[in-house]
Design a protein around this ligand. Structure first.
Ligand code: PBG
Length: 331
């Protein structure tokens, strides 16, 4: 009889390994982000240079891509809008006929079973690119918290009115989950959940997204509202506050470099936890794969599986459709 552990016994062949596999991913866990552009050109489809395989799309092109993805088994999307015009108070974010509101209506009409999540933020809609209100003429980039809450709440209600299934505030203002919850309830949307970007770091991994969403701050940065990457206890305070304010889901963002935080949030709270594998994480995998430095498909699947192992119930990832198309995740 051997006196050492023979871990290899359970790895002898593929069916054995599958029998003992602890975590996997299927279509139901994944959410695909889309960028929809307000334009008269119905055929508009612009590649995002820093995110190979991802595009800015007109409404009509969005509908085409979503049709293909739904046929492959995609269940959920998160929408980001790029308006034709921006102003200092982000008016298009809460315009009843804004681009995201139109996209929601169009997708829900054509694909009633598709779960439509919307990103609730001002940064794609403000001329200065910040996630909240600045005083007019401001050059310091000091975002005013409480006046911003009213606008975020209006945006969330306009998304719910258009038919969104879930609203996801990503601005990191204090008190926004409560403001949005109250506004939804007051407008007859007590059944619409809030998926809060509870723990969102001031991350350089968002770089490619800002090209995609045309939302780079014109001056300053987001460090007065997004979290310091060096902090983990603070993540617990942020998540606890959002739970107390009525959040139904918690998002940790970015994902890969913050797996410890995903695990902590998973262990400390009973809400479903989503990990957002952000643009820079996607771009790094793609860049190395295009150079043949890594096996892109295998690294992609490993990155997603790692997030499930860390405790993510849900993964928001730009890899979603590609993984479905290649049948690497089951529909
Ligand atoms: C909007 C928002 C951002 C992302 C999601 N929602 C950008 C930011 O905060 O600068 C980033 C997503 C990504 O990088 O994929 N506030």
């Amino acid at each position: 009889m051997s006196d050492f552990f023979r871990g290899r016994r359970l790895r002898r062949n593929a069916p054995m390994r599958e029998l003992v596999r602890e975590h996997d991913i299927s279509a139901r866990h994944l959410v695909m982000p889309y960028f929809v552009v307000e334009t008269d050109d119905a055929g508009f489809r612009k590649p995002i240079t820093s995110m190979p395989g991802i595009f800015q799309l007109s409404l009509a092109e969005l509908e085409k891509d979503v049709a293909e993805a739904v046929a492959l088994g995609m269940r959920s999307v998160i929408l980001f809008g790029i308006p034709a015009a921006k102003d200092y108070k982000g008016s298009e974010a809460y315009n009843h006929d804004g681009i995201v509101q139109k996209a929601i209506r169009r997708l829900k009409e054509r694909f009633p079973d598709l779960l439509v999540i919307t990103d609730v933020c001002l940064c794609e809609y403000t001329s200065h690119g910040h996630c909240g209100l600045l005083r007019q003429g401001d050059t310091t980039g000091e975002v005013h918290n409480d006046p911003t809450l009213t606008l975020l709440a209006k945006a969330a209600v306009s998304h719910a009115e258009a038919g969104a299934d879930i609203v996801a505030p990503s601005d990191m203002m204090d008190g926004r989950v409560l403001a949005i919850r109250e506004a939804l309830d007051a407008n007859g949307f007590s059944h619409i959940p809030v998926m809060s970007y509870a723990v969102k770091y001031a991350s350089a991994f968002y770089g490619p997204f800002r090209e995609a969403a045309e939302s780079t701050p014109q001056h300053g940065d987001r460090k007065t509202y997004q979290m310091d990457p060096a902090n983990s206890r603070e993540a617990m305070r942020e998540a606890a506050a959002d739970v107390a304010e009525g959040a139904d889901f918690l998002i940790v963002k970015p994902a890969g470099p913050y797996m410890d935080i995903i695990r902590m949030v998973r262990d400390s709270f009973d809400l479903p936890v989503a990990a957002y594998q952000v643009s820079g994480e996607y771009s790094m995998i793609k860049a190395a794969a295009i150079n043949d430095w890594i096996d892109g498909d295998k690294v992609a699947m490993e990155s997603l599986t790692g997030l499930r192992r860390a405790g993510a119930d849900i993964i928001i990832s730009y890899l979603t459709v590609e993984m479905l198309r290649k049948k690497l995740v089951s529909a």
